[in-house]
Design a binder for this molecule. Sequence first.
Ligand code: DHB
Ligand code: FE
Length: 282
Amino acid sequence: MAEVVAGIGVSHIPALGMAMQGDRSGPAAEVFSKFAPVRGWVRELALDTVIVVYNDHASAFSLELLPTFVIGAAKSYAPADEGYGARNVPVAQGDGDLSWHLVDSVIPQGFDLAIAQKLDVDHGLTVPLTLLFGSPPEWPVKVIPIEVNVVQQPTPSAQRCFDLGRAIGRAVRSFPGSRRVGIVGTGGMSHQLQGRRAGHINSEFDRMFLAEIVDNPQQLTGLSNADYMREAGTEGAELVMWLTMRGALGEDVTAVHSAYHVPVSNTAAGMVAIDNSAGAAR
Ligand code: DHB
Ligand code: FE
């Protein structure tokens, strides 16, 4: 039997990945101590596979070819060259059987995923792995990337991303094999990296999001992408991927931990860890 036992929302700020692997002083030290309880909890969950819902930042895709949703169905996923080389992190090993089951189950539910049998993954996926698992020689879990276009308008809505998560949750529960699965939604929290509002931080919105995603995600799926960009900045729109994570979980969930820190680079870092064991047992 396969079950989604946990959901985690977490920022994918490159500076945090760099700091985790190098100089942990300054704001990074504070962020790591705030995130530390989640790392301990995740270790105890003994997950087999982690589905990582993330966005590519012009590393594997460009404006020449930008699918709305992509699922990885490869044997492995190498860290992408992000312009200054690839991050020094392990190659992520795939979970082919579960990936192809997701393909076969999610597409007929009405989500026309592009299927990638070769996919290099950038900081959107690798920084959350570093934040959750540290710097081991190999990642302790298999990885299934789900990539979302949050770059080229029109991007999928928060509601659509949540519904994709529901389809993923149903697919995992119908997998004939045995798996303890975690799902991670990455990106955010509020940030805008360019333009006149560069450095925009809306802590009130971020804290509302961290609270409502646990018990009241409808409050968040009701917001438009323009709402996300106005409130949380242009790149704050990455938060819709946290809703895919939340959609894969049941209604009856428990928040295990949540953390928030401003500023990291000129953005806000957040994390929420949600226990789905009640929903998974149903
Ligand atoms: C930062 C955040 C991101 O999500 C990203 O893709 C790049 C940079 C940042 O906070 O610096
Ligand atoms: Fe990003």
